[in-house]
Design a protein around this ligand. Sequence first.
Ligand code: HEC
Length: 144
Amino acid sequence: MNLFKRFICLIAIVVVSISTFAWADCVQKRNTPQAPDNIFKQSNPLQATQDNISAGEKLYASGAKPLACVQCHGEKGNGDGKMAMGMNPKPRDFSCQAMMKDIPDGQLFWVVKNGSKGTGMMAFSALQDEQVWQIVAYIRTLAN
Ligand code: HEC
């Protein structure tokens, strides 16, 4: 190998490792209770149609009571909403694909319905199942 090839090789290794770190950097520490098995493994029964996604977006941005998701999870879903400041644990970062890929639909659904005890994540028991699945469809569009 001549010097030039070695140099290119070295650059490639550096670039790959930096991007790997940046990729994994968004993964949050997560102690959220896990949904019961049958719900955990469920995938979204709704298709990710434009209608379902925009219905989910509306609930996320303003419709959900008592508090819209955006207040904590933020406009881009990265967990930096107005009310997130100083929150521990922080709201889930839905934009983090490296983490979200390991959280199944059923788990997202169950936490929205039941909340995560001892954290800022409240239970949204007034939302109908269909609405929650619409929100899940929307949340999935936030990871990239
Ligand atoms: C008052 C702030 C607040 C609001 C409002 C809020 N969340 Fe959360 N959310 C949190 C926090 C904090 C966590 C992290 C909980 C944890 O670490 O267990 C969280 C976690 C989650 C999770 C993670 C589940 C998992 O297993 O990792 C989902 C899904 C979620 N929220 C969805 C929503 C949706 C949908 C809404 C609106 C209907 C909403 N949240 C509204 C604060 C909030």
